[in-house]
Design a protein around this ligand. Sequence first.
Ligand SMILES: O=C(O)CCC(=O)C(=O)O
Length: 254
Amino acid sequence: MHATVTGNKLKAVKDLREFGYCVLEPPLPPHEFKQLRNRLTEVAEQEREEKTAFLYDGGNQRVFSLLNKGEEFERCVQEPSTLELMEEVLGFNFLLSSTHANIAGPGGASMNVHADQTFARPPWPPYALVANSMWMLDDFTEDNGATRVVPRSHLLGRQPDYDRGEGDVETVPVCGPAGSVMIFDGRLWHQTGANATDRPRHGILNYYCRGYVRQQQNFFAGLKPEVAERSGPMMRRLLGFENYFSLGLSDGLS
Ligand SMILES: O=C(O)CCC(=O)C(=O)O
């Protein structure tokens, strides 16, 4: 049994707990989704043309620091239905850890199986420290490199042990129509699939963490000032400009 695409929050929460991931029906209206996808493909192409693109694994491309690259991405990281599910996994006042795109290009290889909380030394606590979301900007299929997961592996509470052959564990592709979003627990074992088609598979990874975990991206150092300046209360909270209990204070004040 695997998680299936759903528009029902209760089922999504149940899938997250049971399988370590859930797949949401497209949360954005079509015109907003189109803007998001267009902007990502435009930025990715520009970085390839300018020779600043981060290319790897025989055809794949990462596009980092999306918040500096278009307001479409600011809206995406704040999409309410995905944030509601993040709160289920990460609790009160979680943060945005990073946002970037992973494009599985034609001929791109699959990635090592891993969980996303590598920074945490074992033993892991019996809950996720981080959680990720994969925004499917194209139909995700087994052939074009849909993210592959090991359902229920979040319950193991550890990284795969390559010395015990767990790098070759069986994974299943998480497929969905363009616009769908997979939310997954930071302990879930997963990998990018190999893209055997002649078209790129575009995905955006909005990655979040508990309010007391260090963010992957240092927004205080790297965010364009105008993005911070125009951000509303939710964005400021996600970026880490608010306190979390006694953490993140300024001159002892929240
Ligand atoms: O692109 C994907 O399908 C997954 C990417 C991933 O696992 C990662 O970036 O850590």
